[in-house]
Write a protein that binds this ligand. Structure first.
Ligand SMILES: *Cc1c(COP(=O)(O)O)cnc(C)c1O
Length: 442
C-alpha cells in the first residue's frame, strides 16, 4: 500500500516526491546533535502513513461519536496498553496531537482561568507551555517561575519559597534545556505542602525513562506528559500518563483520569489522529525492547563522553556536565553568539540549536548558548570514541568562524569544505538506521 503510494507520488508529483527524497539524503548526510530530535523507525513511519488515518471518530474506544471505529478502537486500546506498559502507568491518554496540546489539556483540567502556574523560567531551560508570556499558558493562567542557581542546577530552596509565596494550583517539573536529572520526589513534597498539583513534563527524557535509565515520575507526579517524537522515536504527538493518583478526585470531584480525558476531548481537541496513534503504538512497542535499552545506554555514554571532550577543549558546560542526553554549552562571554554558532555549524553539515542560558542578555533569537544532544548520534551507532571526533569538529567550526556581529560570521571556504568532508566520512560510516535511502545515493 505504502509502496503503491510512493510509486504514484513519484509519477504524479515528481516535484514533491523529489523534495521528500532530498530530505532523506539531507538527514543521512548531516550530523544531528539537535537534542529534541529522534529517529522514527521505518515501521513507525509506515504505521503513521496507514489508511486508518481516514477514520473519523471523536471520543474514546467503546464510546465514539461516529460509526465505523471498531478497527481504530482496537488500535487505540493497543496504544494505551503499550503506553501504560512502557511507563508503568495506571492510565494513559494517547490522543494529544503534541506535548504542547497535552500540557494545555492538563492545565485546563487542573487550573481555573487566572489560576497560578509555577514553572521553570524559559531562560533557565523551561518550555513555552510552562507559563511563558508568549504562550497561551502564560496568558490564561497567572504564571510565576523558579530558576536555577549559580551552579546551573534547579534551586529547590528557591522553588519551595516561590511555592509558599504564590500558592500555585499547578507546579510543572520538567525542562527543554537542562542537562540534569530532576528530583520529582522533592517537587512532590513541595506541591503537597502548598496543595498544588504536580505536572511532570518528561518530553526530553521519555526514552531514558522508558528504558529505566532515568527516574520515572509517573507514580510521583499527579500527571506526566511527554512528546512521542523525541526520545521515543515515534510520530509527532503527545501522551498523558497517570500513576497512583489516577483515581483521586480532582477539581469538581471527578477522578483525575476522567478529568484529563475530558480535557483532551472535548476540552481542547476534536478528532484524534488514528494513524498517528497507530505509529505511537508501534514506537511504544519498540521502546520496550532490549535494543531500545542498549541505545538509551549509548545515548548516556555518548553525552558523558561529549561533555568530557568539550570540557577538555575549554568549553563551559551548564552545570559542568550531564546526566541525560543533553549537553548545554555557555558560549559567553568570548565565544560566538548561539545564532552564529548554529549557522556556522549548519554550513559545515552539523546541526545543533541556539539556546538561551541562565542570565542570557541576548534576545531569544540570538542567545549565548548552544544545546547539544546525543539521541541521533547514538541511533546511528556512534559511541564515545566518535564523540571525541564530534567534539573536535564542533570546536574547529566554533574556532574558525569569525563573528562579524551577533548574527553574521566569516568562515574560510577551504576550512568549511575540509570539515564538511570529515562530516561526510563520519555519516557514511554510521548511516541512519532503518531508512530507505533513494537509489544512487549510496
Ligand atoms: C519539546 C517540548 C514540549 C513540546 O512538545 P511538542 O510535542 O513539540 O509540542 C513540551 N515540553 C517540553 C519540556 C519540551 O521540551
Amino acid at each position: 500500500m505504502l509502496s503503491t503510494g510512493t510509486t504514484r507520488l513519484r509519477a504524479e508529483d515528481p516535484e514533491l516526491a523529489g523534495l521528500l527524497e532530498d530530505e532523506l539524503t539531507r538527514q543521512d548526510e548531516t550530523l544531528s546533535l539537535v537534542a529534541s530530535a529522534g529517529v522514527a523507525d521505518a515501521s513507525v513511519l509506515a504505521a503513521g502513513a496507514a489508511a486508518l488515518s481516514d477514520v473519523t471518530a471523536e471520543g474514546y474506544p467503546g464510546s465514539r461519536f461516529h460509526p465505523g471505529a471498531e478497527g481504530f478502537d482496537a488500535v487505540e486500546r493497543l496504544a494505551v496498553a503499550r503506553a501504560r506498559a512502557a511507563f508503568g502507568a495506571s492510565h494513559a491518554n494517547v490522543q494529544p496531537h503534541s506535548c504542547s496540546a497535552a500540557n494545555l489539556a492538563v492545565l485546563t483540567a487542573l487550573l481555573p482561568v487566572g489560576g497560578v502556574l509555577l514553572g521553570l523560567r524559559l531562560d533557565a531551560g523551561g518550555h513555552l507551555t510552562h507559563g511563558a508570556p508568549a504562550s497561551v499558558t502564560g496568558r490564561w493562567f497567572r504564571p510565576v517561575s523558579y530558576g536555577v542557581g549559580d551552579d546551573g542546577r534547579i534551586d529547590y530552596a528557591a522553588l519551595a519559597r516561590a511555592a509558599r509565596e504564590h500558592r500555585p494550583g499547578v507546579i510543572v517539573a520538567g525542562a527543554s534545556a537542562h542537562p540534569r536529572r530532576i528530583d520529582h520526589v522533592r517537587f512532590r513534597e513541595i506541591a503537597d505542602e502548598v496543595g498544588a498539583y504536580l505536572l511532570a513534563d518528561i518530553s526530553h527524557v521519555a526514552g531514558l525513562v522508558a528504558a529505566g535509565l532515568h527516574p520515572n515520575p509517573v507514580d510521583v507526579a499527579h500527571v506526566t506528559t511527554t512528546s512521542t517524537y523525541k526520545q521515543l522515536d515515534g510520530p509527532r504527538g503527545g501522551l498523558i500518563l497517570l500513576g497512583r493518583d489516577h483515581d483521586r478526585p480532582g477539581p469538581g470531584g471527578a477522578s483525575l483520569a476522567r478529568l484529563i480525558d475530558r480535557a483532551v476531548f472535548p476540552g481542547t481537541q476534536g478528532t484524534p489522529a488514528p494513524a498517528a496513534i497507530a505509529a505511537k503504538a508501534r514506537a511504544l512497542d519498540r521502546a520496550r525492547g532490549p535494543e531500545f535499552e542498549r541505545t538509551a545506554r549509548l545515548v548516556l555514554d555518548d553525552a558523558a563522553a561529549l561533555a568530557t571532550a568539550l570540557r577538555g577543549l575549554g568549553y563551559r558546560l551548564l552545570t559542568g556536565g550531564t546526566e541525560t542526553h543533553m549537553v548545554m554549552l555557555d558560549l559567553r562571554p568570548d565565544g560566538p553568539s548561539g545564532l552564529v554558532a548554529e549557522r556556522a555549524l549548519e554550513e559545515c553539515g552539523i546541526l545543533a540549536n541556539r539556546n538561551s542560558v541562565p542570565g542570557d542578555t541576548a534576545p531569544p533569537t540570538v542567545t549565548g548558548g548552544l544545546r547539544l544532544g546525543t539521541n541521533v548520534l547514538a541511533r546511528r551507532g556512534m559511541g564515545p570514541a566518535e564523540m571525541a571526533r564530534c567534539a573536535g569538529l564542533l570546536d574547529r567550526v566554533l574556532r574558525c568562524a569569525e563573528p562579524v556581529d551577533a548574527t553574521r560570521y566569516r568562515l574560510d571556504p577551504v576550512v568549511r569544505d575540509e570539515i564538511r568532508a570529515e562530516v561526510r566520512e563520519l555519516t557514511r560510516s554510521f548511516p541512519l538506521p532503518g531508512r530507505p535511502v533513494p537509489e544512487g545515493v549510496r
